[in-house]
Design a protein around this ligand. Structure first.
Ligand SMILES: *Cc1c(COP(=O)(O)O)cnc(C)c1O
Length: 233
């Protein structure tokens, strides 16, 4: 078994155990393999081990992998990086999901630029999780209007919310941020905006995320090992 197959299996075991501890069905928790900074061969190894959803942060780093695997319709590509407005056309054209939408200008551009024959682009809104105004993500008070704009666009499909807690050596430090994401989602549901995705939890804190209701984990290092290539923007 390759290291990557072993890494995937270890992560799936962690998810199963965390789900069991939380009294949740592990089938309700999707695993996104974050392949940023990893070569094409690493993605191929993960595919061979049964992985179908991949997350990328940088268009230049993702491009050659997307090109090489373009013919494989069973794969889903998720854009999880910062969105600059001059990059939205390529994101709308190449990806199946985008997790980091945080302002109305980006909603408008993705909606207009999604190719007409493509299925709707799956959208998660990113909630900013600390008080740093320069951090990525929308404030909670901005989410209802953003979610309504996504839900109203025929070329987009509102799926849910995403967050990246501030780095902290203690995985428990992420818990209040995950809980805040669930609360923000419940607020959208109460407004009649249906969502089915909570994109939260990474290598270090996936157990905490599962116990707080994550439905999609974004895991890189625990599957692929350390990122060897320095992804360039
Ligand atoms: C890199 C990255 C991940 C994966 O992080 P790991 O700690 O390697 O699991 C998840 N989400 C986002 C937004 C990332 O940029």
């Amino acid at each position: 078994m390759s290291d990557i197959a072993a890494g995937l299996e270890a992560v799936r075991d962690r998810v199963r155990m965390a789900a069991e501890a939380a009294g949740r069905d592990p089938d309700g928790i999707a695993l996104l393999a974050v392949s940023k900074g990893q070569p094409l061969e690493a993605v191929r190894a993960a595919i061979a081990a049964g992985q179908s959803d991949f997350g990328e942060n940088y268009l230049q780093d993702a491009g050659p992998k997307l090109d090489a695997l373009d013919a494989d319709e069973t794969l889903s590509w998720h854009y999880i990086g910062l969105i600059q407005s001059n990059k939205t056309r390529r994101i709308a054209a190449r990806f199946d999901w985008v997790h980091t939408v945080d302002r109305s200008r980006i909603v408008e551009r993705l909606a207009a630029q999604r190719p007409p024959l493509a299925p709707p682009l799956n959208v998660c809104l990113q909630l900013r999780s600390d008080d740093d105004p320069r951090a990525a993500g929308a404030q909670r008070s901005e989410l209802p209007a953003l979610a309504a704009a996504v839900a109203a666009a025929p070329s987009l499909r509102l799926r849910g919310l995403m967050t990246v807690p501030p780095p902290d050596p203690d995985p428990e430090a992420a818990r209040p941020h995950f809980r805040a994401l669930r609360e923000a989602g419940a607020e959208l549901e109460a407004l009649g905006l249906a969502i089915d995705t909570y994109s939260m939890g990474m290598t270090a804190d996936l157990e905490v995320a599962v116990s707080e209701g994550a439905t999609l984990l974004r895991v890189g290092t625990a599957i692929f090992g350390p990122r060897s290539q320095q992804p360039d923007r």
